[in-house]
Design a protein around this ligand. Structure first.
Ligand code: FE
Length: 180
């Protein structure tokens, strides 16, 4: 199956699922993130990175997040692997680093932790907590890390109940423009 058909199929079949214990569905969350990126004037690669940042939650249909999880399922790495080769490296890196970006922001911004939802606080612990100073330096040196930080801020803000967004079809032209 073509990767874009697969993405459309996943949105159709599984978009209505709840997003990690948040009050919005998965598709609402992903569409809100992409809409916020677009409103910020982000380019196509970042808009698509925001749209697809959580696609790794679907890659393994048997490993959905549960609040009782005691280990992290690495949806960032899984998602990047799913997209690798199909989209530009900048899209893939944004997805790959969006969890690291949360750990980074919690380390470098004093008030960032307070912006996290309860579910995101829970996963932060599983993901290793805020970065150490050495991890911060390593992260900042990585290609695409500041893109991931932007995606992360849209991710955090994309959990609002009742926000109306364009549907997936609106973003398909951008998705096609950033294919590898
Ligand atoms: Fe997310």
């Amino acid at each position: 199956m073509d990767v874009i058909d697969l993405i459309v199929d996943i949105f159709d079949r599984r978009g209505a699922e709840s997003y990690l214990g948040e009050s919005v569905t998965m598709s609402q969350h992903m569409l809100q993130a992409a809409t916020l990126a677009e409103a910020d004037g982000a380019d196509d690669e970042l808009v698509v990175g925001a749209l697809l940042h959580d696609v790794g939650h679907y890659a393994d249909e048997f490993s959905a997040y549960s609040p009782t999880d005691t280990h992290d399922k690495r949806h960032d790495v899984v998602g990047a692997r799913l997209l690798d080769g199909h989209f530009t490296p900048r899209v893939v890196n944004g997805v790959r680093l969006h969890v690291a970006a949360k750990r980074y922001l919690c380390a470098v911004e004093a008030d960032y932790f307070a912006k996290l939802s309860p579910a995101s606080v829970h996963t932060l612990e599983l993901q290793g907590g805020p970065m150490s100073p050495a991890e911060v330096a390593t992260f900042e040196a990585q290609l695409g890390s500041m893109d991931a930080v932007r995606i992360r801020r849209w991710d955090e803000a994309a959990k609002e109940v009742g926000v109306v967004t364009p549907d997936l079809a609106h973003f398909l032209p951008a998705i096609r423009r950033v294919r590898a």
